[in-house]
Design a protein around this ligand. Structure first.
Ligand SMILES: NC(=O)c1ccc[n+]([C@@H]2O[C@H](COP(=O)([O-])OP(=O)(O)OC[C@H]3O[C@@H](n4cnc5c(N)ncnc54)[C@H](OP(=O)(O)O)[C@@H]3O)[C@@H](O)[C@H]2O)c1
Length: 243
C-alpha cells in the first residue's frame, strides 16, 4: 500500500486530495490542527476502516514540526506522495500590514514545507516519491495589498525549484502547483475580509485542483511536470500594479 502525507489535509484543497487518495486505496497521513470536519467527511464518504492516520501539528510551533516528522517516520517507512497544502493568507497595504502576520505567513507557507521535506527525505528516497507544493498565482505575480502572502509563496517557489534540481538524481519528482482563486474556506475568509460577495461559480472548485494533482501523482513516466498553473475559465491571472 502506498502512503501519502498531506499537510492542510483537514480543509479545502488538501481535504479533497486526502479524500481522493483514500478512495484510491492510498494510506493517507493527514496533518492539521482541527480534525472534526475531516473525520466527519471520511466517516460519511468512505467505507469503514479507510487507511487514514492523523498527526496534529501547529506549523508555527517548532516542537510540533519535530513531532510531526518523527510521528510520520514511525507511521510509514516509505512516503510515496508528500503534498504540502497547509497555508494561511493575510493581506494588507504597507501602512497597515502586520509584521506578526508576515511572520506567520513565512512559518506556515514557506518554512514548514521546507523543514518537513528536508526531514522526510529518507522515506521519500526509499519510494522515489513525489512532492507537491501547493503554491498560488500570487507566487508568480504580486499585486496591491498582497505583498506578504506573495512573498511567502515566491519563496516557496524558489525552494521547490531548488529541491527539484537537487532531488531528481534520487528519482524524487517535485512539482509546484499555482491555483488562482479556489472555492475553499480560505477564499471565503478572504471575501468576507474584503466585504465581497462570495460566488463559488466564479471560483475554481477545490475538487478540480485536487483531481489535477492526484492525476499527476498517479502518472508514471520519465518526464517531470515541474509547474502547473490553474485558473478558472472565467478568470485570469490578475497582475495589478499601483498607479
Ligand atoms: N483558496 C484559494 O483561493 C487558494 C488559491 C491559491 C493557492 N491556495 C493555497 O492552497 C493551499 C490550501 O488552501 P485552502 O484554500 O485549501 O485553505 P483552507 O481551506 O483554509 O485550508 C488551509 C489548511 O492549512 C492548515 N493550516 C493553517 N494554518 C496552519 C498551522 N498554523 N499549522 C498547521 N496547519 C495549518 C489548516 O489546518 P487546520 O484547519 O486543521 O488548522 C487547513 O487544513 C494553501 O497553501 C493556499 O495558500 C489557495
Amino acid at each position: 500500500m502506498k502512503t501519502a502525507l498531506v499537510t492542510g489535509g483537514t480543509s479545502g484543497i488538501g481535504l479533497q486530495i486526502s479524500l481522493m487518495l483514500l478512495r484510491k486505496g492510498v494510506h493517507v497521513i493527514i496533518c492539521g490542527r482541527n480534525f472534526n470536519s475531516v473525520q466527519e467527511k471520511i466517516a460519511h464518504e468512505l467505507p469503514a476502516g479507510a487507511p487514514v492516520s492523523y498527526i496534529k501539528a501547529d506549523f508555527t510551533i517548532d516542537k510540533d514540526l519535530v513531532k510531526l516528522v518523527e510521528a510520520a517516520k514511525k507511521t510509514a517507512k516509505k512516503i510515496h506522495y508528500l503534498v504540502h497544502s497547509a497555508g494561511v493568507f493575510y493581506a494588507g497595504r504597507i501602512e497597515e500590514a502586520s509584521i506578526e502576520n508576515f511572520d506567520e505567513l513565512y512559518k506556515v507557507n514557506t518554512r514548514a514545507p521546507f523543514f518537513i521535506t528536508k526531514e522526510l527525505l529518507e522515506p521519500l528516497q526509499k519510494s522515489q516519491g513525489r512532492v507537491v507544493f501547493i503554491n498560488s498565482t500570487a507566487g508568480i505575480n504580486s499585486w496591491e495589498s498582497i505583498g506578504q502572502y506573495a512573498a511567502s509563496k515566491h519563496a516557496l517557489s524558489a525552494i521547490a525549484g531548488s529541491f527539484q534540481a537537487e532531488l531528481e538524481g534520487d528519482g524524487i519528482k517535485v512539482t509546484s502547483v499555482y491555483p488562482a482563486a479556489t472555492d475553499t474556506p480560505m477564499q471565503q475568509k478572504i471575501h468576507l475580509a474584503e466585504n465581497r460577495n462570495y460566488d463559488p461559480e466564479k471560483l475554481i472548485p477545490a475538487r478540480e485542483v485536487a483531481e489535477i494533482i492526484v492525476d499527476l501523482l498517479f502518472r508514471s513516466s520519465k518526464t517531470v511536470v515541474s509547474e502547473i498553473v490553474i485558473r478558472s475559465l472565467q478568470g485570469r491571472i490578475i497582475t495589478k500594479k499601483r498607479q
